[in-house]
Design a protein around this ligand. Structure first.
Ligand SMILES: [Zn+2]
Ligand SMILES: [Zn+2]
Length: 131
C-alpha cells in the first residue's frame, strides 16, 4: 500500500469518526470545519470526495432532503428526520410506529423495498421564537 493511500485512508477514518460523533447532519462545509481542527491541511475538495466515497461504501448516509445543501448522516440505520423550513437544520425524530410497521405500510407495492426515508418539515423552536 502506498504512502498516499494510507494518508487518504486516515483522512477518511477521521471524517467518518467526526460524522459519527455529531447528530446535526452537517453539510460538507460543516464537516470540513470540524475535520480541519484535526487535519489543518485538508482541503474542502478532499473532504467532499471522501464523504462521497463513504456514502458509496454505505458507511454514511447522504441526505437528499427537500432543502439544499446536501447533508451527511453518520447513522446509517433507517430512521426519520425533521427539517426546519426556515433555517434548514435537520434532526432525527422518533416515530410512534416501529420501523417494521412503517415498512409494512408499503406491503402491497410491486417494488422490492430496500429502505425508506421519511422527512417531516416544520419550524424549529429557535425560528419559532423569532417569529
Ligand atoms: Zn429553524
Ligand atoms: Zn439522521
Amino acid at each position: 500500500v502506498s504512502r498516499k493511500t494510507l494518508r487518504l485512508t486516515r483522512q477518511r477514518a477521521i471524517i467518518l469518526e467526526e460524522l459519527k460523533r455529531t447528530r446535526t447532519h452537517p453539510t460538507a462545509d460543516e464537516v470540513y470545519a470540524t475535520v480541519r481542527r484535526r487535519l489543518p491541511r485538508i482541503s474542502l475538495g478532499t473532504v467532499y470526495r471522501n464523504l462521497e466515497v463513504l456514502s458509496r461504501l454505505g458507511l454514511v448516509r447522504r441526505l437528499t432532503l427537500g432543502g439544499s445543501p446536501r447533508r451527511y448522516d453518520g447513522t446509517v440505520e433507517d430512521h426519520c428526520h425533521i427539517r426546519c423550513v426556515d433555517c434548514g437544520r435537520v434532526e432525527d425524530v422518533e416515530l410512534a410506529a416501529s420501523q417494521d410497521e412503517v415498512g409494512a405500510l408499503v406491503a402491497y407495492s410491486p417494488f422490492e423495498i430496500i429502505g425508506h426515508h421519511i422527512e417531516f418539515t416544520g419550524i424549529c423552536p429557535e425560528c419559532a421564537k423569532q417569529g
